[in-house]
Unconditional design. Structure first.
Length: 135
């Protein structure tokens, strides 16, 4: 069964993270049967709308465990999320689990949104640059 520690406040986690991005999930690539395909990962594609920390490609692949017992999550196509991510996996995808910090963008508090814009000290090369849209 999946067991997670109580997460620290969002901005504290974001400051320590490799990547902090706002992503709109655009496509479900693969959704395994939660019982029959536990050895496979769920996979989604997304468009990075804002990068608050780190340099990610504009289009990213997100993976998660097959079911909640494996700390897997289910993302909704068309929904925009804030993800606090580790470095990319060897295949270039980014892992997301129920123990990670991620939430629907609509649920990010206004004070946290303002604070997120202040944490990025890295300037990404032009090929990694993401257009920033404030909403």
């Amino acid at each position: 069964a999946c067991s997670c520690a109580l997460p620290p406040p969002l901005i504290e986690v974001a400051k320590a993270a490799e990547h902090v991005v706002r992503v709109k999930v655009t496509k479900t690539v693969f959704l395994p049967d939660p019982l029959e395909e536990q050895d496979k990962s769920a996979v989604w594609e997304g468009r990075v709308w804002s990068s608050f920390k780190g340099c990610t490609p504009r289009r990213i692949r997100l993976t998660s465990g097959a079911n909640s017992a494996l700390c897997g999550v289910r993302l909704t196509v068309g929904e925009t999320y804030l993800f606090v991510l580790r470095a990319a996996d060897p295949d270039g995808s980014y892992s997301v689990s129920s123990c990670d910090t991620f939430l629907r963008w609509a649920n990010v508090k206004k004070a946290d949104r303002r604070a997120l814009w202040r944490i990025n000290s890295l300037v990404c090369p032009p090929q990694w640059t993401v257009r920033y849209f404030h909403k």
